[in-house]
Design a protein around this ligand. Sequence first.
Ligand code: ZN
Ligand code: ZN
Length: 182
Amino acid sequence: MDWKVSLSKIERKKRFFLEGKLKQNGIELDIGFCRFLEPVQVRMVVAKTKEGFTVGGYVLTAIEHPCARCLEPTRVEIKGVIEALYLPESMRRNVKEEKLESLKNIIYYHETEFDLTERIIEAIVVSVPEKVLCKPDCRGLCPYCGVNLNEEPDHKCDKIPVVDSRFEILAKLKNNLENKEV
Ligand SMILES: [Zn+2]
Ligand SMILES: [Zn+2]
């Protein structure tokens, strides 16, 4: 569905719900594109206030995010909270209370139509954990050869460089270059 609302509708209806799914198959995060594993369900309430309006609600989905240690695609449940206070641009200087600023996600506007998709995306982005792990005790990758240590818990690495041997280091460099070419 379309997540656009107009100021005139808000003025007219005072308070209304928007419910539906987000038409997008994934989200761009700092680590790259993460696809949605479930439909993105959204429920929002838009309510007029004295000066502007508020948008509240929630977003439910799951995304596929690489594990921070082993990089395996990992399912992350998303329960995002949407909370924003929209105020007209002319109010910007009047809001001096820092408390209000910190409690609410304040958006100043000058337009008369709003795409609330931005609020949905924002709610998803902030609810992604800082460190995604495929399991709490993920063993990660071998730092020398990149083998997944969850799959090979008894891995004994034969690529550990011997610090004092120039030959070994050169051999490793050569190895890396060869691997890159594959
Ligand atoms: Zn992992
Ligand atoms: Zn290894």
